[in-house]
Design a protein around this ligand. Structure first.
Ligand code: UDP
Length: 250
């Protein structure tokens, strides 16, 4: 029996994709993962999943490795990006371990083949795992260099028919018209369309990911990864910023 955080609230979605950046797993550390932080996130995830929500997770790798930073220091970009994708596999395993210690049933599906530690990404298999109540963790991003795990989140969410992307951010409560950590005058934006986010250059996720969501009318809920927030957003509470494009009038 999974150890559940008392979420109490019924989920507002049937199936969602949760995007966790690598930094979200870092806690107060400068690098890598903080077991206490990973455990706290895992408890919330197990809580909402236990209420009947089908939950897939895309995990980033920026707490360990960012291809673009290594490329800036002279490394071949594609090679650096492959290293970045492998970093996401490390995070996926840490998260899987934390979830399973709480009794959850999980599977890591990797876009790069690492068959000793994770299943290969197969869309139908991912959907089957979700139907069976397993938490699916997508590792290794899209499997392609020059992309990010934000794009992987958009892509996988669409592939598995998720109703929304839940985008948990570190230290920011949603979308601002500037960087609130650097500019105290930055204003909070409670809702906007995908196109507005792209045109105004607002940092929801990168433009490749945003345009994929826009073209396929996939809403994004951007919220701060603070205690209880995954549960709140999953149960439909209005938190942070909602990026959505209303269907065109016919
Ligand atoms: N990456 C990639 N292709 C992908 C996803 C990720 O090449 O489809 C690489 C890229 O180098 C990136 C790194 O993996 O910098 C870590 O992912 P990301 O920066 O998206 O992680 P996050 O910011 O979410 O922690």
């Amino acid at each position: 029996m999974a150890e559940r955080a008392p979420s109490g609230a019924a989920p507002a979605f049937r199936r969602v994709l949760l995007k966790l950046s690598g930094e979200a797993l870092m806690g107060d550390h400068d690098y890598g993962t903080d077991p206490k932080t990973v455990d706290a996130i895992a408890r919330e995830i197990v809580g909402v999943q236990g209420e009947g929500l089908e939950l897939a997770i895309v995990v980033g790798g920026g707490n360990i490795y960012r291809g673009i930073s290594a490329a800036a220091e002279g490394m071949d970009r594609a090679t650096a990006d492959y290293a970045g994708m492998l970093a996401t596999v490390l995070n996926a395993l840490a998260l899987q371990d934390a979830l399973e210690r709480l009794g959850a049933d999980t599977r890591v599906l990797s876009a790069l083949e690492v068959s000793e530690v994770a299943e290969p990404y197969i869309r139908r298999r991912a959907m089957r795992h979700l139907e069976k109540g397993r938490i699916v963790i997508f590792a290794a991003g899209t499997g392609n260099p020059f992309f990010t795990t934000d794009t992987a989140a958009a892509l996988r969410a669409l592939e598995i028919g998720a109703e929304a992307i839940l985008m948990a951010k570190n230290g920011v409560s949603g979308v601002y018209d500037g960087d609130p950590r650097q500019d105290p005058a930055a204003r909070f934006v409670p809702e906007l369309t995908h196109l507005e986010a792209i045109e105004r250059g607002l940092r929801v996720m990168d433009t490749t990911a945003l345009s994929l969501c826009m073209d396929n009318s996939l809403p994004i809920h951007v919220f701060e990864l603070a205690e209880g927030n995954i549960v709140r957003v999953a149960s439909g509470e209005r938190l942070g910023t909602v990026v959505a494009t209303p269907p065109a009038a016919s």
